[in-house]
Design a protein around this ligand. Structure first.
Ligand code: GDP
Ligand code: ZN
Length: 454
């Protein structure tokens, strides 16, 4: 996929539209432009309204044709764009005509993401920006689309570059000191390496937090409803969604399997899982459901510990040593508040508890805001960029290497080479985000998830 044949594809969505766009990218497309327009000489970046003829001279379409001369184009190569009438048959005819005319220069169909890959390889975009192109197209909410647009404009990449630069400055000092061993002893004190690393690490952790929170816009926040049978888990799911998606009965153990639903709260996709009651059982099918419930809890970003407000017994508290619950964000939700008197409602709301009623709808909006807050967001927040899981993992790893570098900086000169190595690793992790450090298989993986024509 990294060769430099000229490539062509329909860039607009399949199906009918008033306009359809065909995009061709290659090293030198001036002759191609003339051939497809029966002899017209283009001026770069001007819209020319021209007839496009088939091999037999018959008219395919009148199209707007634009010639973008390298390097001022999306891919950084010459690009020719044909904007025709957006019917599938017209687009197929135009594409076929392009491929026929381009045969002599080896023009072929583009692979998914290949235009953007070229933009990346020609330094038009870094890797995080290239990902933002796909994220903008795939965005399922306006909040995600705006965050992706910010990433595409480079807000995220600039943060990463700033961090990488700060690390580079320390690396230069360390490497220089390694080359002149007689200086080593005073080096860490003299250049305040420890405090500089601590400050870099602090900035990195801010970037990490924002990336993790904004990644929920794309990947969704995983929320699990856990609680004794009959406390109203399924009813709450229905109340939050405003429709009947879970089975509600008053026979304990009705919810045998997990029910997953995606709910959008202020642009954040919330992946809700209703679990089977986590109780001991001899019923084989129910036991499978319970096993899956623990698995859902292990993967969750937030657990709603749901109790009946009349007898608030937490199911989760019955499993104090369950490894899946370690370090989890858990919120106690007292359901069925309609069944207790108002005074005790106010008493119960003190602390990390929330009082709701799936039946009356009381507290449901507050519950939604609370879920959002666990994603580090408030209603109406605009994210400064859109993080991906890949970025979060790389930042986490860089943060760990910085931690170790700081540790090595505690012991004077003895571990200077280890310090240098940790800094190099932290730096490389940041490099994988923007693509300055990249393995071919990672690029293949990222770009193959694009649509064709992008
Ligand atoms: P689950 O087993 O935890 O999923 O509980 P369900 O959602 O199936 O509800 C069990 C029973 O409690 C049903 O009869 C519901 O109608 C009832 N229920 C659920 N939520 C409320 C509530 O807020 N108030 C009242 N009064 N009843 C509720
Ligand atoms: Zn249920």
């Amino acid at each position: 996929m990294t060769n430099d044949d000229p490539i062509a594809a329909i860039a607009t969505a399949s199906g009918r539209g008033s306009i359809g766009v065909i995009r061709v990218s290659g090293k030198n497309l001036q002759n191609f432009f003339q051939a497809i327009t029966a002899g017209f000489t283009p001026s770069p970046r001007s819209a020319h309204y021209l007839p496009i003829l088939d091999a037999d001279g018959s008219l395919i379409d009148q199209a707007i044709v634009i010639y973008f001369q390298a390097p001022q184009s999306y891919t950084g190569e010459d690009v020719v764009e044909l904007q025709g009438h957006g019917g599938p048959a017209v687009m197929q005819l135009l594409l076929k005509r392009c491929l026929t005319i381009g045969q002599s220069i080896g023009l072929r169909l583009a692979e998914p993401g290949e235009f953007t890959l070229r933009a990346f390889l020609n330094d038009k975009l870094d890797l995080a920006q290239a990902e933002a192109v796909a994220d903008m197209i795939e965005a399922s909410s306006t909040a995600a689309a705006k965050a992706a647009a910010a990433s595409l404009s480079g807000t995220f990449s600039r943060e990463i570059e700033k961090l990488a630069l700060s690390i580079t400055e320390v690396r230069i000092l360390v490497e220089a000191t390694l080359d002149f061993p007689e200086e080593e002893i005073e080096f860490i004190e003299k250049y305040q390496v420890r405090s500089r690393l601590a400050s870099i690490k602090e900035q990195l952790d801010v970037v990490l937090t924002t990336s993790r929170q904004s990644s929920y816009l794309k990947e969704g926040l995983k929320v699990v409803l856990a609680g004794e049978p009959n406390v109203g888990k399924s009813s709450l799911l229905n109340a939050i969604f405003g429709q009947d998606i879970a089975i509600v009965t008053d026979i304990a153990g009705t919810t045998r399997d997990r029910i997953r639903e995606t709910l959008d709260i202020d642009g954040v996709p919330i992946l809700m899982t209703d679990t089977a009651g986590l109780r001991q059982t001899t019923d084989k099918i129910e036991a499978i459901g319970i096993e899956r419930s623990w698995q859902a809890i292990a993967e969750a970003d937030l657990i709603l510990d749901i109790v009946d407000a009349r007898q608030p017994n937490s199911l989760l508290e019955q499993w104090p040593n369950q490894p899946e619950l370690a370090n989890k964000a858990i919120v106690r939700v007292n359901n069925k508040s309609d069944l207790i008197n108002e005074k005790s409602i106010h008493l119960e709301e003190i602390g990390e508890k929330i009082m709701v009623s799936a039946k009356s709808g009381y507290g449901i909006d507050r519950l939604k805001s609370l879920i959002l807050a666990k994603a580090g967001r408030q209603l109406g927040d605009v994210s400064p960029w859109l993080g991906r899981q890949r970025h979060v993992l790389a930042l986490e790893s860089a943060s760990r290497h910085l931690d170790r570098a700081i540790e090595h900086a505690m012991y004077d000169d003895r571990v200077l080479d280890l310090l240098a190595e940790e800094l190099r690793l932290a730096h490389d992790e940041l490099g994988t985000i923007t693509g300055t450090v990249s393995a071919d298989d990672m690029l293949g993986h990222i770009f193959s998830s694009f649509c064709i024509g992008k």
